[in-house]
Design a binder for this molecule. Sequence first.
Ligand code: ATP
Ligand code: MG
Length: 204
Amino acid sequence: MELKATNISFKYPSAKKYQLKDVNLELDNKKIIGLIGDSGSGKSTLCKILSGYVDKYEGSVTLDGQPLPKKGFKPVQLIYQHPEKVMNPKWKMKQVLEESWEVPDDILSEFGIQKSWLTRFPQELSGGELQRFSVLRSLNPKTKFIIADEMTTMLDAITQVQILDSVLKIVKERNMGFLLVSHDMDLINTICDDKIYLKDINGA
Ligand SMILES: Nc1ncnc2c1ncn2[C@@H]1O[C@H](COP(=O)(O)OP(=O)(O)OP(=O)(O)O)[C@@H](O)[C@H]1O
Ligand SMILES: [Mg+2]
C-alpha cells in the first residue's frame, strides 16, 4: 500500500501566494508517519488533497500507482478534528455509521460505544463520544489509508490513547496505512515510526 504525492502545488482562490509548492511525499503501510507543522502552515490543506477532497491542484496523488477515484467511496479516509462539522445533524448515530458500513458489535464495544448512543443525534453526544463514531466510520472494510488530522486534539489524554490504540489495532490487522497529523510531539513520538515537518517538504 503506497500513497504518493508528487509535486503538489496549491493556492486557495482567494489567496495571493501558494500554500503548498512542489510537495513530495511517499507514505506506505509499513511505517506510521507523523506530520508536524505550525498552525496555518497547510497541514489540513495537504490532508484534504491526499484524501481526494480537493479537485484543483497541481501535481498528482496516487494510491498504489492509481489516481484516487473521482466518485464513490474514498479509499483514503480523512478523520477530521471536528467530527460534528461533517455529520448530518438530522441523523441519529446509527444512520451516521451505517452510511459508511455495518459495524459489528465487537468493534463497537472495542471503541467503547454504548448501544444507547446509537439512537441519539450528534449534538446529544460529547466531543470524545462523537470522535469514536467518526473514527469508526472511517474504518470501512474498503479503506486502504487513514489520515488522522488532529483527530484527538480535543480529547483528554486517556481517551486519546484508548481511541488511538483501538484504531491502530485495526490498521495493523488490515494492513492499512496511517498518517497522524498532530501538534503533540509526545503523541507523535509515542505512536509514529518517523516524522515529517511540513516546512521541510514545502517549497512555498
Ligand atoms: N477554504 C479556504 N480558503 C482560503 N484560505 C484557507 C481556506 N482554508 C484554509 N485556508 C488558509 O490556508 C492556510 C493553511 O490552512 P490549514 O488549515 O491547511 O493549516 P493547518 O496547518 O492545518 O493549521 P492548524 O494547525 O491550525 O490546523 C491558513 O492560512 C488558512 O487560513
Ligand atoms: Mg489543520
